[in-house]
Design a binder for this molecule. Structure first.
Ligand SMILES: Cc1ncc(COP(=O)(O)O)c(C=O)c1O
Length: 394
């Protein structure tokens, strides 16, 4: 439940974004469409599959745009997201969803329920998960094996088994012999691609992702089994057009990515996007100005923006006046500071007046979006046309 009147939100439709109540999450639909279309064109011209991750904007409307006519499968990071996708499966737009966390026993009853509507794939990186799937299949008379991606850790040290792990081959072979689970493919997500500072660097990570998944297939007892090689992250997706890989015919290449419809300062920091590829802004209001310390205070703190770091300084950057960024945050306060060289800094009292409305680009769209209960969706003229309600909770 959102503690705000629907009529109040709807009353902003047709109004300029600058008139919104602050802090407001403003989503530019034409930019989202353009970001999706660009990736769709790339995967189509490469002739590879595409699997968008829905975790960034957690929204049915955005998922429709991410799928377009380029994808029929998704990745989700929570059960709530999968629940949100069921209407798309019922409409015939979506065939399968990968539950993108290493599969945990506690999720199985719900995953089984959802699999009545959409094919649910699971992610495996430990043998105990196979024990759990076998036990669950026996207890619940599940006769169809779960299709599984084996997660390879590319060095991010989040989920997955590193290629060099002595446990990887036994894990793969155990799945091959299990009645409860079958290998769908190998999944590489190089989170450290966010450390790239150029398209060339991101392209190198992209090739590492694909090569790692391909190398893992050699550990199978039956290496000619058809498998999907799933690779990607938004920085590597932005350079997917550089992919030059011809694989044996039993391997299908698939790109996955999540942040790409939104983009943010972290993506800008990789050197793979332009400033105007960012679809999200937070509208905030200047509450005070402090000439003594050359700072100003806006009503967007770490709840409205997120406390995420990035190579571009600050927790948010002022759109159209990029020498100013949110340098410090507390819960509902953001402090605008100037990072221009000493002697070249403009003055806070010249740049901002109490009551000014300031748009901010954010560091990490996924985390910022998670704090907002509704998105004001604007057109090319920055006029609010729709309100979208993201999926909340887990
Ligand atoms: C398992 C998995 N796949 C894909 C993605 C998408 O990555 P990105 O948002 O960089 O596109 C994520 C993001 O965290 C992820 O956890």
């Amino acid at each position: 439940m959102v503690d705000v009147q629907q009529e109040f939100l709807q009353s902003f439709i047709g109004k300029p974004a600058i008139d919104l109540p602050t802090p407001a999450f403003v989503l530019n639909k034409p930019i989202v469409q353009r970001n999706c279309q660009r990736l769709h064109e790339d995967v189509k011209s490469l002739g590879i599959k595409f699997r968008p991750h829905v975790k960034t904007l957690k929204s049915e409307e955005v998922t429709r745009l991410m799928l377009g006519d380029a994808a029929r499968g998704c990745v989700a990071s929570t059960l709530r997201e999968i629940r949100g996708l069921l209407p798309l499966a019922k409409e015939g737009l979506l065939d399968e969803v990968l539950y993108g966390l290493p599969v945990r026993p506690g999720a199985l009853p719900q995953l089984l329920e959802y699999s009545k509507t959409v094919k649910v794939l699971v992610m495996i990186d430990h043998e105990s998960q196979i024990d759990a799937l076998e036990k669950f299949a026996e207890a619940n008379a599940v006769s169809t094996p779960w299709s599984a991606f084996i997660k390879i850790d590319m060095g991010t040290q989040r989920a997955g088994k590193p290629l060099a792990s002595p446990h990887l081959k036994p894990l793969i072979n155990r799945i091959e012999s299990s009645p409860a689970v079958s290998i769908y493919g190998f999944y590489c997500h190089a989170g450290h691609s966010y450390g790239s500072r150029s398209k060339e660097a991101a392209a190198e990570v992209l090739h590492d992702e694909v090569n790692a998944a391909v190398e893992a297939t050699a550990l199978m007892e039956k290496p000619d089994t058809p498998v999907v090689i799933s690779f990607g992250s938004t920085p590597t997706a932005h350079v997917v057009y550089t992919l030059k890989k011809s694989l044996p015919s039993h391997m299908t290449l698939e790109l996955h990515a999540g942040n790409f419809p939104a983009n943010d300062l972290q993506q800008l920091g990789t050197g793979c996007i332009d400033e105007n590829d960012q679809a999200i802004r937070i509208l905030s209001e200047v509450c005070s100005v402090y000439p003594e310390r050359n700072e100003a205070l806006v009503n967007a703190g770490c709840i409205a923006l997120a406390r995420e770091p990035g190579p571009i300084p600050g927790y948010g950057r002022v759109v159209g006046n990029s020498e100013w960024h949110v340098g410090r945050v507390s819960q509902e306060h953001g402090i605008l500071v100037n990072h221009a060289e000493e002697g070249k800094k403009s003055k806070a009292e010249d740049a901002f007046k109490v009551g000014d409305l300031v748009f901010l680009h954010v560091q990490h769209a996924c985390i910022t979006a998670a704090a907002h209960y509704y998105y004001f969706v604007v057109d090319e003229q920055d006029v609010v046309r729709e309100i979208w309600y993201p999926w909340k909770g887990w």
